[in-house]
Design a protein around this ligand. Sequence first.
Ligand SMILES: NC(=O)c1ccc[n+]([C@@H]2O[C@H](COP(=O)([O-])OP(=O)(O)OC[C@H]3O[C@@H](n4cnc5c(N)ncnc54)[C@H](O)[C@@H]3O)[C@@H](O)[C@H]2O)c1
Length: 351
Amino acid sequence: MDAVRIGLIGLGGIATRSHLPSLASLPEVVVQAGAEINQVQAERTQRRFGIPRIYSSYQEMIRKEMLDGVYVCLPNFLHYEATLAALAQGLHVYCEKPMGLSSEQALALVTEADRRGLVLMAGYNYHFDARFRRARRLLEERRIGKILQVQGTIAKPGPYIGWDPKSDWYFDQRSGGLLYDLGSHLLDLLLYLTDIDIDVGSIYATARTSLPGLPIPDNIVAIFKDYNKVVGSLNLAWGARANLIMIQIHGTAGSIIVSEEYFEHRTAYGGGISRLATLFDNMRAILKQRWNAIIRRQPSDTTYLDASRNFIDAIRGKSSLRTNAQHSIRIHRVLEAIRDYLGQDSSTEEH
Ligand SMILES: NC(=O)c1ccc[n+]([C@@H]2O[C@H](COP(=O)([O-])OP(=O)(O)OC[C@H]3O[C@@H](n4cnc5c(N)ncnc54)[C@H](O)[C@@H]3O)[C@@H](O)[C@H]2O)c1
């Protein structure tokens, strides 16, 4: 097969930090064009990555260019229309998370891609993280017995410090705020790891807004039950100093505690020896990661590269997708229930 011709829609933070460098290292890919409404950002990115053609309108780009696929890296509220337009043009799509902003939109996109036989991938890159994959393998082997409880936390500085988004959509209510930003990632991970089927009728949630004047909550906690009686919680924070994604899964025969930088399979057996082994294992993994980053100059986070490789291989018919677009529909049903619950909760106010 000839080179896979890619266009990027939106040339902001995630496109320039992660997708363009990843695509540049895949020899079978040609980045042929980009679309960006901010002219300064467009020109800067074109110079830096040597993109042949830049458009201010993505509609024009997908009409005029002979592309195989696009990356949709726009503010959340534009994902649906841009992804649908690209699919309608016969293009494969890598859509940054969340895939649309409702279960209806996610379903419509999955249906359209299936109908046209196109690859549609939602950008849930944590599926490609070695520690989360290891957790999934253990869970598939039922190594912690029957799951009793799951807890998920993402606590990050958010758009306040260090993220450097190229536009201010993160605070725009139309994009769903923290809930759709980090909440979608966290739910995706929980569904990917455990396959729980959350009963949306069981959801309770509460939230606060720490910055005066912010139109959306920046700290959210939700609890739920699934149809097999697993109980669980989601904890989301913007404005935190930690850079933490942590999942705990507790079962009748053990627990898994996993984050981007830590992995532990805790059982009733092994005691001190098992703790020591966990310590060494984690230390070795972190040292290897740092060694690769400093000496071999490999990015310390390879999940975006692995996700892109999977997308391109799927376009070439060499492998199937390792993220499941159907998950997006389930993710949205839960997000909608939390959003609706918070909408009725009068304690969600500024502090
Ligand atoms: N998977 C991840 O870990 C991850 C991390 C960060 C961001 N994201 C996702 O990536 C998306 C973009 O986030 P970001 O941080 O890059 O934001 P950003 O603001 O830095 O980039 C968005 C870009 O889109 C441009 N844009 C807006 N409207 C446009 C239009 N109509 N046509 C063309 N360009 C337009 C903006 O000018 C901006 O440059 C979001 O959906 C976000 O959820 C995912």
